[in-house]
Write a protein that binds this ligand. Structure first.
Ligand SMILES: C[S@@+](CC[C@H](N)C(=O)[O-])C[C@H]1O[C@@H](n2cnc3c(N)ncnc32)[C@H](O)[C@@H]1O
Length: 272
C-alpha cells in the first residue's frame, strides 16, 4: 500500500503507549456506542499498535476487521495480532475510497491528523452499507496550554517557515460538536449521538504533560522540522509550558474529546 506520495508518520509506539491506560478510556467509551455486527465487515482507521483493534473486532463480532495505519512503526506492533478475521495494512485515511462495503467505520484518535472533516466524513459515509455505523473520537483540547503552547510556537520564528502551512495545525481541523451533528444529519444519517467529554488524568506532575504530548501533539513538529530545530522546539515548549502551568505535583490534566456515533438508514448487512 505504500507509494512515494504517502506522508511519512514518525510515530514512536513506546512514547505513545506511556499513557496507554489513559488513552484507552475514550476508546472504550466510543466502543460502547457501537452495536455488534456479527459476521459483518469493520474498518479501524488509524489503528496504531492494534491492541484496541482486537477489542473492536471482539466487541463487534465482525467476520472481518481491517486496521489501517500510515505509520510503519505502529503497524509493526499490530501485525502479530492479526488472525481470526482480523488483519492490518499500511494505508492513508485521506485516501479512503471504499464504496458501501463496511458495517462499521471506526476511528479513535486518528482523524485529527486528516484535514477537511466535512469532505472526509462524506468519504467515510460512502464506505458504509445500509444500516452501517460510523464511530469517531477526536481530541478537542486545542485551548488547553498543552496544545495551545505548541500551536503558538509553530507560529513563531524559526519554526514558522516549516510549520506555517501545516494543514492539520491548530484547532482548524477538529470541528465543534454541533458542527459534527449538522454534518451527520446533512449526510443522511438517521440516528446520531454526539458528545463532548472531559477526561481528567492524574499525572505525577505538570512536567509529565510534555511526556504525553511528545507521544502525539508534538509529532506535528517532529514531522515538519529538521532534527536540530525539533530539539529547540521541545526545549522552548517545555519552558513555556512550565511558565503557564507552574510546577504542580500531582497535576490534574483535563483533556476534552468529542465522541460521535451515527447510523445510515437501511437494513443491516446481509452478512449478519
Ligand atoms: C493517537 S494514535 C491512535 C491509535 C489507535 N487508534 C488508538 O486508539 O490507540 C493515531 C494513529 O493515527 C495514525 N494516523 C495519523 N494520520 C493517519 C493517516 N492519514 N492515515 C492513516 N493513519 C494515520 C497514526 O499513525 C497513529 O497510529
Amino acid at each position: 500500500m505504500r507509494d512515494e506520495t504517502m506522508v511519512t508518520h514518525r510515530w514512536d509506539p513506546d512514547q505513545y503507549l506511556k499513557f496507554a491506560a489513559e488513552r484507552a478510556k475514550p476508546f472504550f467509551d466510543l466502543l460502547a456506542m457501537v452495536e455488534p455486527v456479527p459476521g459483518g465487515d469493520v474498518i479501524d482507521l488509524g489503528c496504531g499498535t492494534g491492541e484496541l483493534t482486537t477489542k473492536l473486532h471482539a466487541h463487534t463480532r465482525a467476520g472481518a476487521t481491517i486496521g489501517i495505519d500510515a505509520a510503519e512503526s505502529m503497524l509493526a506492533r499490530a501485525l502479530p495480532l492479526a488472525g481470526n478475521g482480523l488483519r492490518f495494512e499500511l494505508g492513508d485515511i485521506s485516501r479512503f475510497d471504499s464504496r458501501a462495503c463496511f458495517d462499521v467505520v471506526f476511528a479513535n484518535a486518528s482523524l485529527q491528523w486528516v484535514p477537511d472533516h466535512p469532505r472526509l466524513l462524506r468519504q467515510l459515509a460512502a464506505g458504509l452499507r445500509p444500516g452501517g455505523q460510523l464511530a469517531v473520537q477526536v481530541p478537542a483540547n486545542a485551548d488547553h496550554p498543552s496544545h495551545a503552547v505548541a500551536f503558538e510556537l509553530a507560529q513563531q520564528a524559526p519554526f514558522l517557515e516549516h510549520m506555517g502551512d501545516d494543514p492539520v495545525a491548530g484547532a482548524h481541523v477538529v470541528c465543534a460538536p454541533q458542527r459534527y451533528a449538522e454534518l451527520l444529519d446533512g449526510m443522511g444519517f438517521s440516528d446520531q449521538l454526539v458528545r463532548l467529554q472531559v477526561y481528567g488524568h492524574r499525572l505525577a506532575s505538570s512536567a509529565a504533560v510534555v511526556e504525553w504530548t511528545k507521544g502525539t501533539t508534538l509529532l506535528r513538529a517532529k514531522n515538519l522540522l529538521p532534527p536540530d530545530l525539533f530539539d529547540l522546539f521541545v526545549d522552548r515548549y517545555e519552558r513555556r509550558l512550565s511558565e503557564v502551568l507552574g510546577e504542580q505535583a500531582p497535576y490534574f490534566y483535563t483533556f476534552k474529546r468529542i465522541l460521535f456515533w451515527a447510523r445510515i438508514p437501511g437494513s443491516l448487512s446481509s452478512a449478519q
